[in-house]
Write a protein that binds this ligand. Structure first.
Ligand code: FAD
Ligand code: UDP
Length: 406
């Protein structure tokens, strides 16, 4: 069966009269990696996805103009883990790609992460790598301890560069001042004294040659995997027997927000096709200080597609809408702890992925987390194999109300 075909509940019942070993909620990286691994280990899997497609937020497709785009914002794959890269390589060939980003500051487009060229172009200087390190030390304001996203930048490169490159972008992106966010957020962007203008410095940087969706389709194409699209798990969780659930949606939604809503940041994506071969010099241009959007990305740089037209996306961060980003700050971590304790107390549901574990994870980190979860599940399975035909029909907590199909 083609794994990307959405099944009716009758077809599911006919396909798996004895029920499923795993009900997997969500067909993004977390759900699909676990479905593939568990199916390969002989388990019967039902994947339920509320959207009309697989691949979660990494989903890509050809737009009306025929350009391959990422509807949920630009997704660039990078990792330092050979194991993770090798694992994904079973399902896709790759196109080498190193992402480059320019920041629009003071009327110029300058390399970000800030490097030697950024400083020389911004100030009209010709410093060497050694001299620029001295420059950073001169302008840096020592902060001890470094706790917030403001601290981490000001401590390294001083307030002026912080104001030009980080403050406005962060306020737009998160709706918060950098002083209200964990240091880990802006620490994602390094400062360099050399001329390396790549956004990432990971060992493996590449894009799936035929796109993410094709890679996911191959992952899910297994006789032990049945897939239901356009289906919220709450619609079907009591219809089929299953033993264990893997949940990859927002953790607070699973528990009906019993401790209050966990804050997430959303984004409105504005997609446009332009009738010219190229729109901008690099994959992404960041706008820390102008416009309501944070960045403009031109997909053809990333995918390598050749096409007479080009498609771009602008990202407008917002409070309401689909949850995309957990917001790393102490109050939210404390609230998540309450949900995490509830999650850990459930022995027939495992929570995996960016929103289910409220972690600002990149794709490779979600793959790593999912592979580690697979190992743990297999160990638990080996330690206490399921008895006969016994089936658990529903999670141990009181069944949530049935949600409307999406
Ligand atoms: P998701 O991809 O969100 O998958 C979860 C799935 O569960 C979704 O498809 C959802 O529809 C489904 N679901 C939720 N609730 C239910 C329900 N009740 N019933 C049924 N289905 C449900 N990472 C990188 O490494 N590089 C990048 O360049 C990059 N760029 C990004 C840009 C943006 C704008 C965003 C938002 C993220 C970016 N990421 C990037 C992060 C990346 O998207 C995530 O790490 C990854 O997609 C998380 O996978 P996941 O499976 O945890 O979650
Ligand atoms: N950031 C910034 N200016 C930039 C780029 C990033 O202030 O030009 C900050 C901002 O707070 C952002 C964080 O660094 O949210 C992490 O950036 P990254 O590009 O990793 O964000 P993502 O791609 O996850 O949205």
């Amino acid at each position: 069966m083609n794994a990307t075909t959405s099944l009716s509940s009758d077809a599911i019942t006919a396909a798996a009269p004895a029920g499923f070993d795993y009900l997997i909620v969500g067909a993004g990286f977390a759900g699909s990696v676990l479905a593939e691994r568990l199916a390969n280990a002989g388990h019967r899997i039902l994947v339920v996805e509320k959207r009309s497609h697989i691949a979660g937020n990494a989903y890509d497709h050809y737009d009306d103009a025929g350009v391959l785009v990422h509807p949920y914002g630009p997704h660039i794959f990078h990792t330092n883990s050979e194991d993770i890269f090798d694992y994904l390589s079973r399902f896709t060939a790759w196109r080498p790609y190193e992402h480059r980003v320019l920041a629009s500051v003071d009327g110029q487009q300058l390399p970000i992460p800030i490097n030697l060229d950024t400083i020389n172009q911004l100030y009209g200087l010709s410093l060497t790598a050694f001299e620029v390190e001295n420059f950073f030390q001169t302008v840096a304001e020592t902060v001890d301890p470094v706790k917030t996203s403001e601290d981490v930048v000001v401590n390294r490169i001083g307030r002026e560069l912080y104001n030009k490159f980080f403050r406005g972008y962060t306020r737009k992106q998160w709706g918060l001042d950098p002083s209200e966010l964990d240091a880990s957020v802006t620490a994602r962007v390094p400062t360099r004294t050399n001329r390396d203008d790549r956004y990432f410095s990971d060992k493996f940087q590449a894009m799936p040659l035929h796109g993410y969706t094709r890679m996911f389709a191959r992952m899910l194409d297994h006789p032990n995997i049945k897939l239901m699209l356009n289906t919220d798990y709450r619609e079907v969780q009591d219809l089929f027997p299953w033993k264990h659930m893997i949940y990859t949606g927002p953790v607070d939604a699973f528990f009906d927000h019993r401790h209050g809503k966990l804050p997430y940041r959303s984004i409105r994506f504005e997609h446009t096709t332009v009738q010219q071969a190229q729109y901008q010099d690099v994959g992404t241009v960041n706008y820390p200080n102008d416009h309501a959007y944070t960045r403009t990305t031109e997909f053809k740089h990333i995918t390598g597609q050749v096409h007479p037209a080009t498609s771009i996306v602008r990202e407008y961060p917002c409070a309401d809408g689909d949850p995309y980003y957990p917001i790393p700050r102490p109050a939210n971590a404390a609230l998540y702890k309450l949900y995490e304790a509830d999650a850990e107390a459930m022995d027939n549901v495992t929570f995996v992925g960016r929103l289910a574990t409220y972690r600002y994870y990149n794709m490779d980190q979600v793959v790593g987390q999912s592979l580690a979860t697979f190992k743990r599940l297999q160990e638990a399975h080996a330690a206490s194999p399921p008895k006969g035909e016994e089936r658990v029909m529903a999670p141990a907590h009181s069944p949530p109300s049935v949600a409307t199909a999406v």
